[in-house]
Write a protein that binds this ligand. Structure first.
Ligand code: F6P
Length: 554
């Protein structure tokens, strides 16, 4: 891979040009016909590895398409980029940092150098401290100020210090150690704190302030509110350390807040927030499911890491998902990607994948600062099935946009109720099938005639019942949502996102775009609460500030 600071223009590569020409040849491609012509299509376009079955046969591709996409990946130096990722090259070009979330799940004994120093011993020292902490809480050895054991752990964090841990805790609820309840406090909206506090007792609550920078407004305000609540509830100031911990790369700021150094677990600037659930940011996960299950999660991700590094591109799950996303985004004009988990426990996976994908690849410049020559990260949206079928699937089936969908579904349920799981699974498959098949005009007409409608009604209604079909989807099937398989699934998407960034030539590991809002927020806040006039603002912001101030004048 060329040095990250000098990004080639991917659209000028022969592989890109070949794909553009190939796209023209596929303008009449029919998935229905492709399946009719080739009974082996599922076998040809599916992969079973790392505990996941990926069926990508319902995509607008032929074997030639796959070959051309793999050719593009090779021409972009993706293999070298993957090696650079795992070797700790400064792929976060703008911040001149490596992106070594993969080191967090590597076995002790592996060597990973950052600035010439092997970081693996420290990674495993932190994992050992997590093990001790979780053990003390679960065994009742960690006591609050009134000498009672901890019953509730509250993670205070936002973004990557919240979404990944929340997703995993929820997804692995069947593995939760029932004696300790885990909660997540993220937003600055006082209602979220209010609703949570109602469930807690200060004497048996442990707060974990999770913030890589320890400088995030929402988290610091919530940490202050939690401390105030703890004291107001009769919590002893002298015993505050029994109820407050921190996970941060900014130990100084955490100590300045009042958290004892021995209660601070470190994280590193070579781990991005949205990639950090494998670090001590994952402490609430371990508090919920136990450290051995947390280690299973790590081992599942490690297995996907090995797959990503070793599988040939045409049989490499993250690479294939990445290339399919590029195929639709850059050659079919798709601007969003739906993530549709058909599993109650995975219902929030879309929220984590939104940050993972959109904060990584929502970029408009290349690593070297030049404007990108093509579309980059898609909008990630979706939600749990079957609910989505009664909410937004209408647009997927009959809207005007091409929206590729990833269905995620377990074969088995932890909570079988009658034949519910069979219906859930059937719905998942039939939605993907309906997107592919569609319903032609003559089929709609025949259906209406079969219902006994007169010909006028048939002609009137039929066009409304036509479903275009030929809409692509992937289906990811896992036996059950276990720690190991969930680890592999999340790592799959981490590597998909990275592979796309490497092909586009963008930096997946910085997030400068979120700075402006924070900067402007300071000024708006001071005008909202201060006395100075808001004339410095545009008329919209000024008018809204005045409206707010008018409603809050005593
Ligand atoms: O949204 C910006 C961001 O920096 C995310 O990248 C990060 O996950 C989140 O805010 C929280 O940051 P921190 O963990 O430093 O509080």
């Amino acid at each position: 891979m060329s040095h990250p600071q000098s990004s080639p223009d991917v659209t000028r590569l022969p592989g890109w040009q070949a794909l553009a020409a190939h796209r023209e040849q596929l303008s009449e491609f029919s998935l229905r016909q492709a399946f009719a012509d080739n009974p082996q299509r599922f076998a040809q376009f599916s992969l079973d590895d790392c505990g996941l079955l990926l069926d990508y046969s319902k995509n607008l591709i032929t074997c030639e398409t796959r070959d051309l996409l793999v050719r593009l990946a090779r021409e972009c130096g993706l293999a070298e980029a993957i090696d650079a990722l795992f070797d700790g090259a400064p792929l976060n070009g703008s911040e001149r940092r490596p992106a070594l979330h993969t080191a967090l799940r590597r076995p002790l004994g592996d060597r990973v150098l950052v600035d010439g120093r092997d970081v693996m011993p420290e990674v495993h020292r932190v994992l050992h401290r997590m093990t001790e902490l979780v053990g003390k809480v679960h065994n009742g050895l960690w006591r609050g100020y009134s000498e009672k054991p901890i019953t509730d752990v509250v993670n205070i964090g936002i973004g990557g210090s919240f979404l990944g841990p929340q997703l995993v805790s929820e997804a692995l609820l069947p593995f939760a150690q029932r004696g300790v309840r885990c909660h997540y406090l993220a937003n600055i909206d006082g209602s979220s704190f209010h609703e949570l506090a109602a469930k807690l007792r200060a004497e048996t609550t442990l707060f974990i302030v999770s913030s890589k920078t320890f400088n995030t407004l929402e988290t610091l305000k919530n940490a202050e509110a939690a401390r105030g609540w703890y004291l107001a509830q009769g919590g002893s100031a002298a015993e505050l350390h029994r109820h407050f911990m921190a996970v941060s790369s900014n130990t100084g700021a955490a100590m300045a807040f009042g958290i004892r150094e021995e209660n601070i677990l470190p994280m590193w600037d070579w781990v991005g927030g949205r990639y950090s659930l494998w670090s001590a940011i994952g402490l609430p996960i371990a508090m919920s499911i136990g450290i051995s299950n947390f280690k299973e999660l790590l081992s599942g991700a490690y297995r996907m890491d090995q797959h990503f590094q070793s599988a040939p591109f045409e049989r490499n799950m993250p690479v294939l998902l990445a290339l399919l996303g590029i195929w639709y985004g850059n050659f079919w004009g798709a601007q969003s990607q739906a993530i549709l988990p058909y599993d109650h426990y995975l219902r929030n996976i879309t929220k984590h994948l939104q940050q993972l994908d959109m904060e990584s690849n929502g970029k408009h410049v290349l690593q070297d600062g030049r404007p990108v020559p093509c579309a980059t990260g898609p909008v990630i949206w979706g939600g749990v099935g079957c609910n989505g079928q009664h909410a937004y699937h209408q647009l997927l089936h009959q809207g005007t946009a091409l929206i590729p969908a990833d269905f995620i579904v377990p074969v088995s349920s932890y909570n079988p109720v009658a034949d519910h799981h069979q219906w859930l699974f059937a719905n998942c498959l039939s939605q993907s099938q309906a997107l592919m098949l569609g319903k032609r005009l003559e089929e709609a007409q025949a259906e209406l005639r079969g219902q006994g409608l007169d010909e006028d009604e048939v002609q009137r209604l039929a066009p409304h019942k036509v479903i275009p079909g030929n809409r692509p989807s992937n289906t990811l099937v896992l036996e059950r949502v276990s720690p190991r398989r969930l680890g592999a699934l999340i790592a799959l998407y981490e590597h998909k996102v990275f592979a796309q960034s490497a092909i586009w030539g963008i930096n997946a590991f910085d997030q400068w775009g979120v700075e402006l809002g924070k900067q402007l927020g300071q000024g708006v806040y001071s005008r909202l609460v201060g006395s100075e006039s808001s004339t410095a603002e545009d008329a919209s912001t000024q008018g809204l500030i005045e409206f707010f101030r008018g409603r809050h004048r005593g």
